[in-house]
Design a protein around this ligand. Sequence first.
Ligand SMILES: *Cc1c(COP(=O)(O)O)cnc(C)c1O
Length: 216
Amino acid sequence: MSLDDIKDQIKKAELMNNRPIGSVNLIAVSKVQPIERVENVLRKGHRSFGENRVQEAYKKWPAWKEEFSKVVLHLLGPLQTNKVKEVLALFDVVHSLDREKLARVFSENIQKQGFSPEFFIQVNTGEEDQKAGISPNMADEFINQCKKVYGLPIVGLMCIPPINEEPALHFALLKKIAERNGLKRLSMGMSSDFLSAITFGSTDVRIGSAIFGKRT
Ligand SMILES: *Cc1c(COP(=O)(O)O)cnc(C)c1O
């Protein structure tokens, strides 16, 4: 597959689900991909990219952000509070906000610098021990706290369904939590399940291997 194929499939899914064309944002997940593959996609004019690790992103994106204008960089991976300053200096959107301490440190640093990335709160919909994300039964309280106590611009929710479960159940749960909290955006859907995610209202699909090829 390629960038154009994926964009085509997204457009068809938008039509089929009565969604406006262009309402689903395609985040091209460039983690551990060879430089040339990512540059090809940049040269085609695509500007929305996702990375999992702060350190890896710093090796590539400062130069690409200089060379290509209007890049929007999304942080998708779990995050430690000692990385917050670096995150704020490079990323435009954070998808992995999942605990109070992180919210507090972001809030303090954002107040100092005077501008903020957009945030998705990650929900651990499968309640997996090894996975990041707030547990679903704590989500309402945490969303409220992020908005009211820490003043963070929370735009939506993000989830990564468990590997061996039907993702649709998790997409439906995420949508339900977002709706009852008045959040409009849903970061859900990867290479294997983005069409299903769009059916459940995804606004931000995160696609890596289907665009760039298998990660080595
Ligand atoms: C790697 C990754 C993706 C992309 O996965 P693919 O299966 O290659 O599309 C999406 N979201 C997150 C959080 C990831 O870590």
